[in-house]
Design a protein around this ligand. Structure first.
Ligand SMILES: C[S@@+](CC[C@H](N)C(=O)[O-])C[C@H]1O[C@@H](n2cnc3c(N)ncnc32)[C@H](O)[C@@H]1O
Length: 466
């Protein structure tokens, strides 16, 4: 690997005797990992080896996964390099919290946070770049979390809508990406000696807006995948100076994790509470993580607890984006839900229409009608001329055990189906209609059975040949 000369000089100065080991580690093979998804039923039932767990992430494992595997496609696994996984752990999100992931695509940390919320509370997952936001949406859809809004906004616009709103905010900032050098050598081409300072200026802009959205008493998690002090310790030092209400919380250091270095910024000792992950010390690509707490007393309003708490937050009015279901739509949904689910899965009060699409969007969620969104709640389906067609996002949300109508098919049949073929079910004498399709116990599509032929409703844009 040809490293820029100014990069080499800089890290020789910063790392001294350790520099050769650091440079050598950048020429090694990148380390791969994946996380299991506890939102799925029997989440450990995967074909991948779980023999090498990542010690500091309960759901993390070393090893590579394929994007075409059944496990990836059904959201059972998410490919993520092991140092990036620690950011989601440090965020330490609990069910019921209201969390913002401000720079979220492609979704490594958002998928982890959504799983930790476990259906209670809300994750607002935002990405400024539209193309990347659509990839974020696909990744979040696969993991099957219902309580996620996906937005495509700039931080300043969000700050206007959500002042003091979030319990936790993650800023996994756009950075100079030095920790990506061995995974993605094109990152080296972008690097120049002033790049870290330029990135730092942008990081400050993003953080200024982020802090406007943090609730008093809330926590800000800041991370980068770079080693540059300008974007790491110096940003945290700047935060602590500019925002005296913030303090830097200690982060548990597992084997191979280094403390942040105060001498690389203004000498503030609390910078030792931050974490540096260096590839010559630690099994991973490289990251910097800081956790800051707003010390002002938290407001005494009742904490949102997801589905149970009906108190609406945000602007205090109904989302203007949606309309209520008409009688025919309500009947179509009730019939579908009655045939499909063993129990009431979505309360009718949380159901709303946007055009002819049906969403689950509980009353207490904020009004996002003025914002650019990619996913305004969990899409359940579409009303089409006197019929209801269930959505792909509903499939990924549904655990097979709550479904009455389901058909299990083999891996060979799954391969044909996701490539776009219909299936002929010679053995089956089931009633015509909608069925949840499963393979190895994993929900992967709806299919419509018509006289023994299973029509294909796997989204056309996602079809592939495994
Ligand atoms: C390091 S990546 C995020 C990775 C992501 N958190 C994950 O774990 O998959 C940073 C993201 O910030 C976005 N970004 C770039 N400029 C931004 C800005 N001015 N404000 C907010 N986000 C920005 C980039 O498009 C990029 O997707």
């Amino acid at each position: 690997m040809q490293l820029p000369a100014e990069f080499v000089t800089k890290y020789q100065e910063i790392l001294g005797q350790e520099a050769p080991a650091f440079f050598a580690s950048l020429s090694q093979q990148p380390l791969k990992g994946f996380r299991l998804n506890p939102l799925k039923e029997d989440e450990k039932k995967v074909a991948y080896s779980l023999a090498e767990p990542v010690p500091y992430v309960a759901t993390g494992f070393y090893g590579a996964v394929s994007g075409h595997s059944l496990e990836h496609q059904t959201g059972y696994v998410y490919s993520q390099e092991p140092s990036a996984m620690y950011v989601g752990e440090v965020a330490d999100v609990s069910p019921g919290e209201v969390v913002l992931d401000l720079c979220a695509a492609p979704g490594g940390k958002s998928t982890q946070i959504a799983a930790k919320l476990n259906g209670a509370g809300l994750l607002v997952s935002n990405e400024i770049n539209h193309k990347r936001a659509t990839i974020l949406a696909q990744n979040l859809e696969r993991i099957g979390a219902a309580n996620v809004l996906i937005l495509n906004e700039d931080p300043a616009t969000l700050a206007h809508t959500f002042p003091g709103y979030f319990d936790k905010i993650l800023v996994d900032a756009p950075c100079s990406g030095e920790g990506m050098f061995r995974k993605d050598p094109t990152a080296i081409k972008y690097w120049h000696k002033d790049y870290p300072a330029q990135c730092a200026a942008r990081q400050k802009e993003i953080l200024r807006e982020a802090l406007k959205m943090l609730k008093p008493g809330g926590q800000l998690i800041y991370s980068t995948c770079t080693f540059a002090p300008e974007e790491d310790e110096q940003i945290v030092a700047w935060l602590l100076t500019e925002y005296p209400e913030l303090s830097c919380l200690p982060i548990k250091k597992w084997k191979g994790m280094d403390a942040g270095r105060p001498e690389l910024a203004d000498g503030n000792r609390s910078l030792e509470n931050t974490i540096r992950l260096f590839p010559h010390h630690f099994q991973g690509e490289g990251h910097f993580i800081a956790k800051l707490k707003d010390q002002r007393p938290a407001p005494t309003i009742q904490k949102q607890s997801g589905k149970k708490n009906k108190k609406r937050r945000g602007k205090g009015k109904q989302p203007e984006l949606f309309r209520h279901l008409n009688a025919e739509e309500q009947e179509l949904w009730t019939t579908f839900a009655g045939q499909m689910f063993k129990e009431e899965v979505f309360l009718i009060q949380g159901l709303r229409c946007l055009g002819n699409k049906l969403y689950w969007y509980p009353e207490e969620w904020p009004d996002i009608s003025t914002l650019k969104f990619i996913r305004p709640g969990l899409q359940l389906g579409t009303f089409k001329k006197k019929r209801f067609e269930p959505a792909y996002s509903l499939v990924l949300y549904l655990p097979p055990s709550i479904c009455l109508r389901k058909i299990a098919i083999s891996v060979e049949e799954w391969k044909k189906f996701v490539a776009g073929n219909t299936l002929t079910l010679l053995q089956d004498k089931q009633e015509n209609g909608w069925y949840l399709l499963t393979c190895e116990g994993k929900s992967f599509s709806f299919g419509k059975l018509v006289n023994g032929t299973l029509k294909n409703f796997f989204p056309k844009g996602l079809r592939f040949k495994p």
